[in-house]
Design a binder for this molecule. Structure first.
Ligand code: ATR
Length: 283
C-alpha cells in the first residue's frame, strides 16, 4: 500500500477498537479493487466523541464507521441523519460530504441482507421473533419493518423494556412477550425466523443461552444468533440439534460492511469477499 496526499482516509471510532474486524475487511477490499484508500482504527474516549467527529471535517476524513459505545452518542454532532438511522437512534456510518457529516446505520440493513445470503430467506411477509430489546434489537426491528415483514415479536427478560421499544416505534406489526411466558413456545414455533440479539452466550459465558427449552424448534426453521464469538453459541447448537438451520453474526458484520463500503467509496464489493476477510481474521 502506498499512501500519498491523494489517499482517502476512512476509519472506525470505538472504545476499545483494537478487536475490530473492520480495518482488515475494508483494507483488503481497497487493495482488491485497487482503490487509493486506507482504513484506520481510532480509539475514541467516551468524553471525546464531539471532538472526534469535528476532526473528520478538519482532517478531510472521507468517513468512519462507529462502534460500541459511541453509536448513540455521535448522533447529536452530525449535520444530517438518514431517516432509518434516526428511527434506530443510532449511527454506525458517517460520511463526510464536502464538510457536511451525514449519519447512516447499515447494521439493520446488513442483517436483512445476511438473512437472504445465509438462508435464501426474503423477510418480506414473514413472521420474525427476536430475543432481546437492546440497541442491536432496535436496529434490526426497524429494518425488518422497513423490509415489509408480516410481524415481529420481541421476547425479552424485562417485558417493560420491550414494551417501551414497541411503543416508541408505534407499528401494529410489533408485539412483545416475556422470555419466560408460557406463550413464548407457541410464538417461537410459528416463526419463520428466530434471532438472538441478546449478549447471552458470548465469550466468556459460552455455556449460557437466553432459552433453556428448544422443544419449539421446527424442522428446517431458520435460527440466527448475532453473536459470532463463539461461532456456535449454545443457543445455536441446541437449535441445530433440534432440527433448525442455523447461522451466526459473521454474515451481519459482512453485510453492514458491504453497505458502509459503498457509502464511503461509491464502489461495490462482494458480500462473500467481506465474509472471507472476517473469517480469515478469526482463524
Ligand atoms: P445491545 O445494545 O448490544 O443490544 P443492550 O442494550 O445491553 O445491548 O441489551 C442487551 C439485551 O440482552 C437486553 O434485551 C437484555 O435483557 P433486559 O432488557 O431484560 O436486560 C438481554 N439480556 C442480557 N443479559 C440477559 C440474560 N442473562 N438473560 C436474558 N436476557 C439478557
Amino acid at each position: 500500500m502506498t499512501l500519498s496526499g491523494k489517499t482517502q482516509v476512512i476509519g472506525i471510532f470505538g472504545h476499545p477498537v483494537s478487536h475490530s474486524a473492520s480495518p482488515a475487511m475494508h483494507n483488503a477490499a481497497y487493495s482488491d479493487l485497487d482503490l487509493d484508500c486506507v482504513y484506520v482504527p481510532f480509539d475514541v474516549e467516551p468524553g471525546r466523541v464531539g471532538d472526534a467527529v469535528e476532526a473528520l471535517r478538519a482532517l478531510s476524513i472521507r468517513g468512519v464507521n462507529v462502534t460500541v459505545p459511541h453509536k448513540e452518542a455521535v448522533v447529536e454532532y452530525l449535520d444530517e441523519v438518514d431517516p432509518l438511522a434516526k428511527k434506530m437512534g443510532a449511527v454506525n456510518t458517517i460520511v463526510n460530504r464536502d464538510g457536511r457529516l451525514v449519519g447512516f446505520n447499515t447494521d439493520g440493513p446488513g442483517f436483512v441482507a445476511a438473512i437472504k445470503q445465509d438462508f435464501g430467506l426474503d423477510v418480506s411477509g414473514k413472521q420474525v421473533v427476536l430475543l432481546g430489546a437492546g440497541g442491536s434489537s432496535r436496529g434490526i426491528v426497524v429494518s425488518l419493518l422497513e423490509a415489509q415483514v408480516a410481524s415481529v415479536t420481541i421476547l425479552n427478560r424485562s417485558v417493560d423494556k420491550a414494551k417501551a421499544m414497541a411503543e416508541s416505534l408505534g407499528d401494529s406489526r410489533l408485539s412483545v412477550c416475556a422470555l419466560t411466558d408460557t406463550l413464548a413456545n407457541d410464538v417461537l414455533s410459528q416463526a419463520d425466523l428466530v434471532v438472538n440479539t441478546t449478549s447471552v452466550g458470548m465469550v466468556p459465558d459460552t455455556q449460557q443461552s437466553p432459552l433453556q427449552d428448544f422443544s419449539w424448534v421446527q424442522d428446517g426453521q431458520c435460527v440466527y444468533d448475532i453473536i459470532y464469538s463463539p461461532a456456535k453459541t449454545r443457543f445455536l447448537s441446541e437449535s441445530e440439534q433440534a432440527g433448525a438451520r442455523i447461522s451466526n453474526g459473521v454474515s451481519m458484520l459482512a453485510g453492514q460492511g458491504v453497505l458502509a463500503f459503498e457509502l464511503f467509496t461509491g464502489s461495490k464489493c462482494s458480500f462473500e469477499f467481506m465474509k472471507e476477510q472476517i473469517e480469515k481474521g478469526m482463524s
